[in-house]
Design a protein around this ligand. Structure first.
Ligand code: 4AD
Ligand code: MG
Length: 445
């Protein structure tokens, strides 16, 4: 038996006989010479079949192989600079080939398909080079975030997905029938993080979160993954230090680990290389003033209309994009109007119309990737907010209780995985950043 190898390791086996198992990504050739580009999940290698080196029946099988047929190939590795593949530079001279299944006509061909068609075939589309590259980068982004937090002394503490309390806003809730009572799918794990920091100091949760977003945008998913750190005794300024440390470490890791994947998706590396801490910090007041100045410089009335903003309004995508264009790195916008943010954010002392919140806007028009704030730690103020927003005390009794037993100033944030992947990979829509997107009009596959 020859050794079964992963194609990513092919360089280690130069001159040796190996076995590779995978799928036919492409087959070309004429008559007595056939080239198979084989994918095995870890990479791709060119496998060459010479008529005279195979049994006649085996060679006939090779000649008839359709795209995505599954095979086991044994042959000898040899260095050849021209050989395509991932990593490439080596090919396998086929000595034996076993066909596991001859694939039917594969719907995704090298021609251009529309995005809807591809999304309908997502269960197959994930095999394509670009998707392979993106989802590998996604996995690294998640791991890099977790490694960085673990190294900084944060503890992963999981939070529930089924929850009785509204986490963020009442307009995007998913109801769950909980044995005759109403519960919701979690919009955030934050409220539980706030309990957990009183036990562990610095924690994070990581999991799927749910928002019944009724609008179709390039940045919204119904089900998205969020990583949420929470820190006891933390100010907004310290929170920004943590955010920029985390984000720059993640970009650095992707650059170091994925030159091949970034090349496949044709990402402009220079833009990512610029992402080093510190990032600019501007107030909401300043951001509004900058937007108004920018708007006055525009000639196009439609662009002007999109960029209209009055103090007190929340930013839309055009505002976030215009702000981000003023910087080469992500930019923090802090102290948003209290009225546009969630119930748990601390009002600014002496100026309660704004709150101790901060969003991080990604460069190149990718919008808000992080939302965070200082949390109200005063019992009465928090209880009043909950009542005023009509959230119903019952579901928050335990949350309020945290303010009665050693309440401390604290802060935290949530970073959206898909928006971060979209930005780092340079993708114009979040639907390609998650293996199986849930969108307003899509729950399949
Ligand atoms: O700003 P958000 O709503 O903040 C929270 O949920 C806080 N509880 C987090 C915290 O402080 N622990 O969401 C945080 C991030 C956004 O910046 C965005 O990246 C992402 O989550 N996000 C979405 N991503 C995709 N689709 C959606 N519908 C999203 N909604 C939020
Ligand atoms: Mg937000």
């Amino acid at each position: 038996m020859t050794q079964v190898i992963q194609i990513k390791d092919i360089a280690r086996y130069d001159g040796q006989q190996v076995t590779v198992r995978g799928w036919v990504y492409n087959r070309t050739g004429k008559g007595r010479l056939q080239f198979i580009l084989l994918r095995d999940g870890s990479g791709q290698a060119q496998c060459v079949a010479f008529k005279k080196e195979l049994r006649p029946d085996e060679f006939e099988i090779v000649r008839g192989l359709s795209q995505e047929s599954s095979v086991i190939i044994t042959g000898t590795v040899r260095a050849d600079q021209r050989a395509p593949g991932l990593p490439g530079g080596y090919e396998i001279g086929i000595q034996r080939l076993e066909l596991l299944q001859q694939a039917d006509d594969y719907p995704i061909t090298p021609k251009d398909h529309g995005t809807e068609f591809l999304m309908n075939h997502r269960h197959l589309w994930v095999r394509s080079n670009r998707q392979w590259a993106i989802l590998r980068i996604r996995a690294t982004i998640i791991k890099a975030m977790r490694d960085w937090l673990d190294d900084q002394g944060f503890l992963l503490v999981d939070t529930p997905i089924i929850t009785p309390a509204v986490g963020e806003e009442t307009t995007t809730l998913f109801d769950v029938d909980y044995f005759g009572e109403t519960a919701y799918l979690a919009q955030t794990g934050q409220l539980y993080n706030e309990a957990n920091i009183m036990a562990f100091g610095k924690v994070y949760c990581f999991g799927p979160t749910f928002r019944a977003e009724k609008s179709k945008t390039r940045r919204h998913l119904i089900e998205f993954w969020m990583l949420e750190p929470e820190i006891a005794f933390c100010s907004l300024e310290e929170l920004m230090d943590i955010e920029e440390g985390l984000v720059s470490a993640v970009v650095e890791r992707v650059l170091a680990k994925h030159p091949q994947e970034l090349a496949i998706i044709e990402r402009d590396i220079k833009k990512l290389e610029a992402i080093t801490a510190p990032f600019a910090r501007i107030s909401y007041d300043d951001a509004v003033a900058r937007l108004q100045t920018r708007r006055a410089e525009l000639d196009d009335p439609q662009q002007q209309a999109e960029l209209a903003i009055e103090w007190g309004e929340d930013f839309g995508s055009p505002h976030e994009t215009a702000l981000a264009e003023m910087f080469d790195k992500p930019v923090f916008v802090y102290h948003y109007p209290t009225a546009v943010k969630a119930f748990y954010m601390t009002p600014v002392a002496g100026r309660p119309e704004v709150c101790r919140s901060v969003d991080l806007l990604a460069p190149e028009g990718y919008g808000e990737i992080i939302g965070g704030s200082e949390r109200i730690h005063d019992l009465n103020l928090l209880a009043t907010n909950i009542d005023q927003m009509g959230l119903g005390r019952e579901a928050y009794e335990w949350y309020l209780e945290l303010r009665r037993f050693g309440s401390v100033p604290h802060a935290g944030f949530g970073i959206g995985i898909e928006r971060t992947v979209a930005w780092i990979c340079g993708l114009n829509h979040v639907r390609e950043t998650i293996p199986y997107a849930r969108l307003l009009n899509r729950k399949y596959p």
